[in-house]
Design a protein around this ligand. Structure first.
Ligand code: APR
Ligand code: ZN
Length: 314
């Protein structure tokens, strides 16, 4: 998977093709008042986190990743789903936010954004469950003197970050009468998962274990089996009403590193456009409906976003 391709020009402008004019985009960014970004797996790809719909297909070991991200997949084999989530957690433990996370995090903070886009609001809505945007934001915030953060970050109408699919580090009890949720950064989550991330890796001859439920992650309150706490296919993402309200009020949406096929995230650009706002797509490749965008910048997110948001040298 290529993650560091240089910025390259999109298809040359024809009548209805999106613009690739970076200076024109910066003017729009500078005059927009309510800006949102919807981000997907491509944002974290330069950090070494694999995307879902890449050319290698959506397989983990030999299983369909989408099936592993459903309640049916979990009921079918909690052992396999927990090994999948353990594998992803281990990858994320090793990953660091990249320059695109960093640029978006800075853009979230009025101290930086005011110079580029005065008087604007900004919310980053991510579909990613790796917490890397959260980490980048915390790191940028902690590098600034507290009095330079301003009040913008605590405005409940415009939260800096919405993780609409939750986090890999959230767990939920499967007992109907409990449903206790907790956050857990342990590596591994339980002894039975230790080392299973290496199975099927090159050189590994270990067969996949079928871990009994009693040895999988258990609820700290009632002892029942836990499930991964992030949003699976067929479930309602978090804070959807907030996301839709922000989208309805947005005059510019940045669509970053998403294949734009999973709803409701996939429809946000259309909502902004229908209300007369602008759509700017940043992707390493062509993506669904990007021909309807106002701007299209093809390249790796960690290369194009710092430039587009003027956060390269701040
Ligand atoms: N920079 C920018 N974009 C990139 C990069 C990169 N370095 N690498 C890949 N991309 C783009 C791909 O071209 C693709 O359009 O990122 C997109 C990733 O698409 P998906 O793998 O489909 O991920 P995403 O859109 O986030 O999927 C949405 O579906 O699988 C579920 O819940 C999961 O949150 C996920 C949701
Ligand atoms: Zn419980």
């Amino acid at each position: 998977m290529t993650t560091t391709a240089n910025v390259k020009a999109a298809t040359p402008n024809q009548c209805d093709e999106p613009s690739t004019d970076m200076e024109a985009f910066k003017k729009i960014l500078g005059s927009s008042k309510n800006i949102i970004c919807i981000a997907g797996a491509g944002l974290s790809a330069p950090s070494g986190i694999p995307i879902f719909r890449g050319s290698e297909g959506a397989l983990w070991r030999k299983y369909d990743m989408f099936k592993l991200s459903t309640k049916a997949g979990f009921l079918d084999s909690p052992s396999r789903v927990w090994q999948f989530e353990h594998y992803r957690r281990e990858l994320v433990f090793k990953a660091k936010p990249n320059a695109a996370h960093d640029a978006l995090a800075k853009f979230t903070i009025p101290y930086f954004r005011e110079r580029v886009s005065p008087g604007s609001t900004f919310t980053l809505i991510t579909q990613n469950v790796d917490e890397l945007s959260r980490k980048a934001l915390e790191s940028v915030k902690s590098s600034l003197p507290p009095d330079s953060l301003g009040e913008g970050l605590s405005d409940p109408e415009h939260p800096p970050l919405i993780e609409m699919h939750g986090s890999l580090f959230d767990l939920e009890c499967t007992a109907y009468e409990c449903k206790h949720r907790e956050t857990n950064y342990d590596s591994p989550l339980c002894p039975a998962l230790a080392g299973t991330e290496l199975i099927y890796e090159v050189g590994s001859k270990e067969p996949e274990p079928d871990i009994p439920k009693k040895n999988l992650p258990r609820c700290s309150k009632c002892g029942s089996l836990q499930r991964p706490g992030m949003v699976w296919f067929g479930e309602v993402p978090y804070r959807v009403d907030e996301v839709l309200k922000l989208t309805e009020n947005a005059d510019l949406i940045l669509v970053v590193g998403t294949s734009s096929v999973v709803h409701p995230a996939a429809k946000l650009a259309g909502i902004v456009k229908a209300a007369g706002g602008k759509v700017a797509v940043f992707n390493i490749d062509r993506s669904k409906r990007d021909e309807q965008a106002d701007f299209l910048f093809l390249g790796s997110a960690d290369v194009i976003l710092p430039e587009a948001l003027s956060m390269k040298h701040v």
